[in-house]
Design a protein around this ligand. Structure first.
Ligand SMILES: *Cc1c(COP(=O)(O)O)cnc(C)c1O
Length: 351
């Protein structure tokens, strides 16, 4: 090995879900929203002046920060924005998990957490979920270098009641607690309100799922102004211009159209509840999801085989070949028509 090679930072990267091309594909593998973004987004995109791209964007992303602050009823100094919530979460790991003590997150949760921890050389421990895939709040009542968990959890879809989130906060006043609310808009209750009482709480959300803008890459965090200032100090220490001009313009448009946003959420939640009934009827069992996906296991058909069969029929779902998860499929909630095709295939396959 050459000397320079020995000095390379070794990392095992996160593997994102497949993005297959093709019109006929039913894509239920990366929890994207099956509906297009609000009409105002399309309009603003058509009206966009390419000449503006000559200049740098606003490094403080004032327009987007301001409209998120208004929407969530917090101060502008309590909002941080980034290139998807992955960027926001990575910045939070780098900023807040610096004590040398292990950070805690569930053994089954977002598989990017251990990747960031390894990248930034942050030690961590992963308390196991209980037999029904629930987070046990008590596991987080001990000395640590920070806590992070998704709520609802991924890939289980289970929502941890806010009273339990608050118990975790009550037992962790000396470290930063990050609640990753990527799926909160699909029926859970946000912890944003708790940021008023717990200044060490950072709530992270994204435009990728509920706001139909995965392709734009917008995420944000809400918390006490001292947390936000610390995030900005780190951001300005490696890239001042994270938010590009189209994202700033289109992101604001997405937030403006609350009626469309709520309508889309209602549709997805109704389809999800219908999917639960259909899947149960087909012999599947699953945790009771409050997200835009269902984590399902069949009583006879092995998930690995089902995954392959679905794939050969142009239906993409997510499969994790890992202990405890290897007999489950994570199925994103698509449109009613897409879900009907999925059910029709499953019905004939399982016969
Ligand atoms: C999808 C997802 C994210 C990241 O989404 P971005 O597209 O980067 O905003 C973060 N956390 C969880 C749990 C997710 O499922």
């Amino acid at each position: 090995m050459k000397l320079w090679e020995e000095n390379i930072r070794r990392v095992v990267p996160y593997t994102p879900g497949e993005q297959p091309a093709g019109e006929s594909i039913i894509k239920l593998n990366t929890n994207e929203n099956p509906y297009p973004p609000a009409l105002g987004v399309k309009k603003a995109m058509q009206d966009m002046d390419a000449g503006r791209l000559r200049k740098y964007p606003d490094p403080a992303a004032q327009s987007l920060v301001g409209c998120l602050a208004d929407y969530y009823g917090v101060g502008q100094d309590q909002v941080f924005v980034g290139v998807g919530s992955d960027d926001v979460l990575a910045t939070a790991f780098l900023t807040f998990f610096h004590s040398g003590k292990p950070v805690l997150f569930p053994d089954i949760s977002y598989s990017f957490y251990p990747v960031w921890a390894d990248l930034f050389r942050i030690p961590y421990e992963t308390p196991a979920l209980d037999e029904s895939f629930g987070i046990r709040a008590e596991d987080y009542y001990k000395s640590n270098g920070g806590v992070v968990f998704p709520n609802p959890n991924a890939p289980t879809g289970l929502f941890l009641p806010l009273s339990q989130v608050e118990e975790i906060l009550r037992h962790n006043q000396d470290a930063v607690v990050v609640v990753d609310e990527a799926y909160i808009d699909f029926g859970g209750t946000s912890a944003v309100g708790l940021t008023r009482r717990y200044e060490n709480l950072l709530v992270v959300q994204t435009f990728s799922k509920s706001r139909s803008l995965a392709g734009l890459r917008i995420g944000f965090a809400i918390g006490h102004k001292d947390l936000i200032r610390a995030l900005n100090d780190v951001k300005y220490s490696y890239n001042s211009y994270t938010m590009n001009i189209p994202s700033l313009i289109l992101g604001v448009e997405a937030v403006k159209d609350e009626a469309y946003f709520c309508g889309t959420l209602e549709k997805i939640m109704a389809t999800r509840e219908r999917a639960k009934a259909r899947l149960k009827g087909l012999g599947f069992s699953f945790p009771d999801s409050q997200a835009n996906f269902i984590f399902a296991s069949h009583k006879q058909a092995p998930a690995g085989e089902l995954f392959q069969a679905l794939r050969e029929n142009q239906i993409y779902v997510r499969y994790f070949k890992q202990p405890r998860l290897e007999n489950y499929l994570r199925i994103t909630i698509g449109t009613d028509e897409e879900m009907d095709k999925l059910f029709a295939f499953l019905e004939s396959y399982l016969k």
